[in-house]
Design a protein around this ligand. Structure first.
Ligand code: SF4
Length: 225
């Protein structure tokens, strides 16, 4: 488990370094992307749950209070999506609506209560413009590719785990038995609202971005040691 956590931390760190190379409109208190549509792997969920239980356990009350509220339930993972694209299969649409409401970890002041432990889906939501005025996030193609490749890497690192909505994942991992099963890599479906993770067969990287993403992958390997 420690090795998997270490890989996750390295990915978070390298992603932060890459994103710091550019100027973004995102700022403290800007929370348009903090909706109930955040999905994550169980590896990230465990990282986040451990942080919450040791730092701010009361946050789980808010998570559980909105447990049944509408939220994005994933129907495929990022590696599953890649496999579908490679096979030329049609990708099904995932119901998702920002109007379903705010993330249960967003404070009334519009601040993330778990900022240092937030999952990759949140870290990857950067924008060149202010989303609350434009209505959408704007990022360049390379950033999208890097985000996608690192998301694939995280799922690959947790390939015996699951992907689910942030709310469902935190509630799942609050159970000691599920934590133990995840540590033992035996956390397998059927679990309502979750999809089984998969290893990355190939990274979805278009030719113009291969050099940049290749360097990032090398950095990850070097830091893993
Ligand atoms: S975890 Fe934090 S950054 Fe992510 S959606 Fe929730 S409030 Fe926003």
């Amino acid at each position: 488990m420690e090795t998997r956590f270490k890989t996750l931390d390295i990915i978070y760190q390298i992603h932060a370094e890459e994103m710091s190379e550019e100027t973004w409109a995102c700022a403290r208190g800007c929370a348009t992307c903090c909706t109930r549509n955040v999905t994550l792997t169980t590896l990230e969920g465990r990282r986040l749950y451990d942080w919450i239980s040791s730092t701010a356990p009361h946050l789980m009350d808010g998570v559980k209070k909105k447990a049944q509220a509408p939220r994005q339930i994933p129907t495929y993972t990022v590696n599953g999506l890649t496999d579908m694209c490679m096979a030329g299969d049609e990708v099904p649409e995932e119901p998702s609506d920002p109007g379903w409401g705010a993330c249960p970890l967003l404070s009334d002041e519009g601040l993330c209560e778990v900022y240092e432990a937030r999952p990759f889906a949140c870290r990857s939501m950067v924008s060149k413009n202010r989303c609350e005025t434009s209505g959408f996030a704007e990022m360049n193609d390379l950033t999208l590719t890097i985000n996608n490749a690192l998301m694939q890497y995280i799922e690959h690192t947790d390939d015996k785990g699951l992907t689910g909505n942030l709310t469902d994942t935190l509630i799942l991992l609050e159970e000691r038995a599920n934590q133990a099963a995840h540590e033992a890599e035996t956390l397998t479906p059927p679990f309502t609202h979750f999809i089984a993770n998969r290893p990355a067969q190939v990274l979805m990287v278009p030719p113009p971005h291969r050099e940049a993403v290749g360097k990032i992958m090398e950095m990850i390997q070097q830091r893993k040691g």
